[in-house]
Design a protein around this ligand. Sequence first.
Ligand SMILES: Cc1ncc(COP(=O)(O)O)c(C=O)c1O
Length: 341
Amino acid sequence: MSTSAMMNIRDNLGVYAEIAARPRVSLTPLPTPLEHARSMSTRLGRRILVKRDDVMSLALGGNKVRKLEFLLGDAKNKRADTIITTGAQHSNHARLTAAAAVKMGLKPVLVLRGKPSPPKGNLLLDRLLDADIRFTEEQPDAAVNNVAEELRAKGHTPYVIPGGGANAVGTLGYVNAAREILAQARHDGLRIDYVVHATGTGPTQAGLIIGFHILNSKVKVLGVSNGPDEATGKQLVRHLIDDTIKLLGVKLSIPDEEIIIYDDYTCGGYGVITQEVVDAMMLAARTEGLILDPVYTGKAMVGMKGLIEKKIIHENSNTVFLHTGGSPITFQYDSEVSRYF
Ligand SMILES: Cc1ncc(COP(=O)(O)O)c(C=O)c1O
């Protein structure tokens, strides 16, 4: 079957036609690979596939790229000349926003939380990309507004992207990804029961839930929180789902039960690196040659193992582990990771 035929899974509401009509730039070839993880499946006792959203051509890839295709499309449409965003100093979102901006001929400004630290991992790449980096110890949203004001006063047209690309426009990228995953699974003659992934600010999960819902698929999206507690995570995803439906102007009702988040695999909280996380990273590396990071995907792997052990991921089921990227973080926390070898 051709790629375009594979992608032509119909949705009843015309949501995908709405999305296709929205401004978008191309930042990487799609679809990303969907790989059968045979050694990992044998080890874990479930059939596992890995959706390689870490394999993208832009600046080492990751889930932010899908969001940025729509966000940068919107920015170009609004004739912005500067892109401002915010995040932690190890932020993948910041690195990829900087890369996407320069690729589109726009100037990136990154408002990063905390005092300046040595340039390693993503921070090193931010510098390589010549992002204008502003460190802040105040409330990041206030700092972003101040930078936007400063740039407007100088005659620039800034476009502000929220941390994590977490708004309705960014969410569209993962509505598309749901269709991509189903098309690839169909091509391989496989039924998918679960998609497991790291969830934080919410658009990856919100987009997948919308996409699977409108395609009448029974795939359960299991978000493994990298920090927020379950209630907060669910609220973030709920808002993004509602805002995205509103943006698309379609009639769609997605029940709260479809938002599933586990907060018991944060391993001590956002950014905390423990033996369990490094064990999960080693499992992926030593079965599939798959490199995870200790802040997001490593914890998603801890979660997937835990959900299999608890039989929440059933026997004889098929699970897609969505690799959302983030490998530069491993080099930012090299000593914290290697301490557990
Ligand atoms: C590698 C990686 N995985 C997962 C996430 C979480 O995705 P989302 O913000 O869409 O919930 C992030 C967010 O920064 C990330 O960098």
